[in-house]
Design a protein around this ligand. Structure first.
Ligand SMILES: [Fe+2]
Length: 213
């Protein structure tokens, strides 16, 4: 019987003698095994009404001089489809609470709200499926581990709503019911490191990649 291991080994042997053929053979298997970014609830704080300023820079609201409170983060990411191909022209919504744990939404409290934080932003993917935002490192609020909400639209239809989590908050993550409801493979796709941004000292960077089902 030809086992999967033997198949992989023979594919590996083929790679030595005929790399181009091996490459062609390997791609469909990889696509079939890929785990799509898990769906997660939008929660109650997706905007009823978009803020007057809802560009990709959540650190700057309107013409306010004060920047948003919190740790500045440059978010980059790419959207791919089920076959791993880049998705261009997709609309990306990103929203999260401010550094004080308050959503800029009528359903959340006014007290402690950071008026300088934009709270919600929208952008589009480029020809390579890439997008970028500036925002803050997410903070916890009662009942939830830190997270960033993301929604992807294609041709005016919402195709994915998910949340991303901070890899440095494993303790809080595992105490969070929504986080625990995902499989380990799914968690791995939405748990990201926030690392120092050498291009702009004092800020962080992270990568939120999305794979559609
Ligand atoms: Fe949330």
């Amino acid at each position: 019987m030809l086992t999967r291991r033997k198949l992989l080994t023979s594919a590996g042997m083929a790679a030595i003698s005929a790399p181009l053929i091996a490459c062609t053979l390997a791609e469909p298997a990889e696509a079939a095994n890929a785990v799509a970014t898990p769906r997660q609830t939008a929660g109650p704080f997706y905007p009823d009404e978009f803020p007057a300023d809802h560009d990709a820079d959540l650190l700057q609201f309107m013409d306010m001089e004060a920047p948003a409170r919190g740790e500045a983060v440059h978010v980059s990411g790419a959207v791919t489809d089920a076959a791993g191909e880049p998705v261009s022209g997709a609309t990306i919504d990103l929203w999260q609470c401010d550094a004080n744990g308050v959503y800029h939404h009528p359903g959340d409290r006014e007290e402690g709200r950071d008026a300088a934080f934009q709270g919600f932003g929208r952008t589009e993917t480029d020809a390579q499926g890439r997008y970028a935002f500036r925002t803050i490192r997410p903070v916890p609020y009662p009942g939830r581990t830190p997270h960033i909400h993301l929604r992807v639209w294609r041709d005016g239809t919402s195709v994915l709503t998910t949340q991303f989590y901070d890899a440095d908050r494993a303790d809080l993550n595992m105490a969070d019911g929504l986080y625990r409801s995902m499989s380990a493979a799914e968690r791995a796709l939405v748990t990201v490191p926030f690392i120092e941004n050498e291009g702009e000292p004092g800020t962080l960077m992270t990568q939120l990649d999305v794979r559609l089902a």
